[in-house]
Design a protein around this ligand. Structure first.
Ligand code: FEO
Length: 171
């Protein structure tokens, strides 16, 4: 059985993950509108991954006898000044999410909820990857600068990212 504090915090995290999906979908639309189909694809896949994150919390709450309570999702920004600005935002956002996950781990330890502590470990590891992939793209974009050719090549590369559904989808 999930205690109330953890249940409320996990419901909050569903909202944060869904907001992340919204944010990246909005970035996908921004890139699509600026003719960068590969960047748009990368963001769309990122948004799909965020929905998987949200559903992991959704399922964990249900499995533990808790109650999922969905809240309104804030509207994300719709414009960025440049691809660099968008990826700076992604990196900053992911660091914020890492802070949220760490806060949940602290709470699970405080509440002696070992099942939640174990569940959260996947997210601790995932955030290392999330920050790394955002900062890798950001660093490369900074190197490319205003080179149209560089951006074109990178757009082609990011266009190859494919969404891989989780191995054991919950029903
Ligand atoms: Fe769900 Fe990008 O962290």
């Amino acid at each position: 059985m999930l205690n109330e504090k953890i249940e409320a915090a996990f419901n909050g995290q569903i909202n944060a993950e869904m907001y992340s999906a919204y944010l990246y979908l909005s970035m996908s639309a921004y890139f699509a509108a600026t003719g960068m189909a590969g960047f748009a694809n990368w963001m769309r896949v990122q948004a799909q991954e965020e929905m998987v994150h949200a559903m992991k919390f959704f399922d964990h709450i249900s499995e533990r006898g808790g109650r999922v309570a969905l809240k309104a999702i804030d509207g994300p920004p719709t414009e960025w000044d440049s691809p660099v600005a968008a990826f700076e935002h992604v990196y900053e956002h992911e660091r914020k999410v890492t802070g949220l996950i760490n806060g949940l781990v602290d709470l699970a330890i405080e509440e002696k909820d070992h099942a939640s502590r174990s569940f959260l470990q996947w997210f601790v590891d995932e955030q290392v990857e999330e920050e790394d992939s955002a900062s890798t793209v950001l660093d490369r974009l900074k190197l490319i600068g205003d080179s149209g050719n560089g951006l074109f090549m990178m757009d082609r590369e990011l266009g190859q990212r494919v969404f891989t559904p989780p191995a054991e989808p919950k029903t």
